[in-house]
Unconditional design. Sequence first.
Length: 238
Amino acid sequence: MFQRPKVQQLCPFQLVMATRLQFDNSCDIGVYSKLTNAYCLVGIVGSQKFDSTFEDELAHIPVFQVIQTSINGSWSVGRLCAGNKNGLLCLTLLHPKPLEYLSISGTDMNWAYYDRIRAIEENNFIYELQHLRYSLPDSVEVKCVDEAHSALGNCIACNDDFALIHPELDKLLFFVHPDTSVEDLEELSDLLDGLPLAAGTVNRGSNVISAGLTVNDWTAFCGSDTTTTELAIIDSIF
């Protein structure tokens, strides 16, 4: 899915400076959104202003999709999937184990209740997949993976050319942690074929970069607490 093209293509759109926004009262907008070069997923429970900010800033992109959705019943879509213009990886639905219900209800297991909850979750999961496949461009392939690391967005960083993947996953222009050493930056740059790298923070000094930032090849969105200095560093990588 994460294929490197033979020829590096330049961005066909005008570069846009980073935009500040919130998801309800949270500045961790990367938790609730996933931005690629072909589509943007946003958590379905967010305020209308959150969705409309993405739609307004991306309206000049032809056939670009801004899609409200949930994944596995959660609106933390940025943490629960990984994707680029070619595809989207979601986690296979994980059912609560019966022992979890035993710990809640005591020694008497309510199997009928468990089966009803499981059926509801399965129906919701099927609806989510159908909604994504219907809403995304036809060129985007949606796949589900059975993976112990449920937060795929925390384990995979990718664009249309490269992917950095957590080493414990079974099979399957970057902004990095401010404490990344010069040696590590140089190694990453070599691995990514000379792609420019910058070390910085978001949301007034937060080093949890991906939680407060979502980007594609020509624009970025960050938490509303991000300072002017932090914005300048983010914009400098484009």
